[in-house]
Design a protein around this ligand. Structure first.
Ligand code: ING
Ligand code: ZN
Length: 312
């Protein structure tokens, strides 16, 4: 047999390697992991997720995690991969993870905005690409819609741009983009199952809760704050890093059309945006030697939220 080089979780990987990694994880864990294709990008790439859990034959609760909705935030796909490895490893020895994987399925999308991610790998001048790669409307020569402004959650009302050249261009209509449609359809058709919707970004070291629109307050705002603060405490214990918890208007600025707001409006109770390291020293170009600590602390925070949701 040919010895396969071990996957390096502490380097950034191009899309082709991440796709290969997904296949490898499925092959190595056939009883726990399956790959589901649930949409196409603008450039017709297949969007896939890993479904991870024990096949009990019963109806199960579910956890959503997506990474890489913004192309340049490379630590996010690295985190999704680390997260998958950690829960599969924990399953082997940790009775709590065994219990959680019996009761819940984890749906993890390592790279949602695949076209943008590939573009950000193309050369130095495209490294900081954020949006997807769909062309603008007639008369506008720029490319890309901000997928985290394109969801059907008070779409186009605040914290967005209607200029297709801007970083926060919200698209022609709510849900105009195939990547946003894919998440909407997949999660929307199973919304009663999902306890958590975790969407992973960088940077800023924040745990953001709904809503991004300042006129609306989540019905469980107090509980979300409590859980978010517990997650920030868990994060701090790992490497001493400080994460700020709150809604985006309270912490930074308001926005509309985010996937987190949409998922909360669908009735999913525990919805958070993670903004991973750092605080701006390196920004989107977080050095590879910080991948490990960034993932370790974020794993601890995510697990705090997931465990709370499971036990509730
Ligand atoms: N931040 C997210 C964005 O979509 C966000 C979330 C929204 C943060 C509003 C703060 C205020 O802009 C990044 N980094 O993408
Ligand atoms: Zn982002």
């Amino acid at each position: 047999t040919v010895e396969r080089a071990e996957y390096d979780y502490f380097k950034y990987h191009p899309m082709s390697e991440i796709t290969g990694w997904m296949a490898q994880i499925q092959k190595e864990n056939p009883d726990l992991v399956s790959i589901m294709d649930y949409g196409k990008t603008y450039e017709k790439r297949t969007i896939s997720l890993l479904k991870i859990g024990v096949n009990t034959g019963e109806k199960k609760k579910a956890i959503w995690m997506d990474c890489g909705i913004h192309a340049r935030e490379w630590i996010a796909p690295a985190f999704c991969q680390y997260f998958v490895r950690q829960i599969l490893d924990a399953y082997k020895k940790d009775p709590k993870m065994q219990e959680m994987m019996k009761n819940m399925d984890f749906y993890v999308t390592p790279v949602l905005n695949m076209d943008g991610y590939i573009f950000s790998w193309a050369n130095d001048s495209t490294r900081l690409w954020r949006k997807n790669r769909s062309p603008g409307p007639a008369g506008c020569d720029c490319y890309g819609t901000d997928l985290n402004r394109n969801f059907d959650a008070n779409w186009g009302t605040i914290g967005v741009s209607f200029n297709c050249c801007d970083q926060t261009y919200c698209g022609k209509d709510a849900m105009s983009e195939p990547e946003a449609q894919a998440v909407t359809f997949f999660v929307g058709t199973r919304k009663e199952d999902f306890l958590c919707f975790l969407t992973i970004h960088s940077y800023g070291q924040l745990l953001l809760l709904p809503y991004g629109h300042p006129n609306f307050t989540a019905p469980n705002y107090d509980e979300l704050m409590k859980v978010g603060l517990a997650a920030a405490d868990a994060i701090k214990k790992v490497h001493g890093m400080h994460y700020t918890v709150g809604t985006s208007p309270d912490v930074l600025y308001p926005n509309s059309g985010s996937s987190r707001d949409w998922s909360r409006m669908q009735g999913i109770p525990y919805t958070f945006t993670f903004e991973l390291r750092d605080n701006g020293t390196y920004g989107f170009e977080l050095p590879e030697d910080q991948i490990k600590p960034a993932c370790e602390e974020a794993y601890s925070g995510a697990l705090e939220i997931i465990t709370y949701a499971h036990n509730k």
